[in-house]
Design a protein around this ligand. Structure first.
Ligand SMILES: [Cu+2]
Length: 120
């Protein structure tokens, strides 16, 4: 009986920890919802340093979020996120400035899937 109880506790703890991608929105993150073909919000302001995005794909095809600086250098790109999925995207050290966010999937940026990230 005691062995069974210990086993149940272990299962409960495992369930509570969950997978790395199975958790909810991380504390302090900026939620960005992706659909065809836009980011919502499309205008984002964040403090410099580490920025945590919570990317929610509410669309029907896969999307990502990339960031390029004013010199057109891409400084970060998220994982590809499947339709209906959500993922954390950490940018560890971003300097103050104005950046463009865009989706790297073919044709998406041209269809309007872009926005502005202002880092203060
Ligand atoms: Cu896209």
């Amino acid at each position: 009986m005691r062995a069974l109880a210990v086993g149940l506790v272990a299962v409960a703890l495992l369930a509570a920890c969950g997978g790395s991608s199975g958790g909810g929105q991380p504390a302090g993150s900026i939620q960005v919802t992706m659909t065809e073909f836009k980011f919502d919000p499309g205008t984002i302001t964040a403090p410099h340093g580490k920025v945590i995005f919570w990317l929610v794909n509410s669309g029907t095809t896969q999307h990502d979020l990339a960031i390029r600086d004013s010199s057109n250098n891409r400084i970060a790109t998220s994982e590809l996120i499947s339709a209906g999925d959500s993922k954390e995207f950490d940018v560890n050290d971003i300097a103050a400035g104005t950046y463009v966010i865009f989706c790297t999937q073919p044709g998406h940026e041209g269809s309007g899937m872009k926005g502005t990230l202002t880092v203060t």
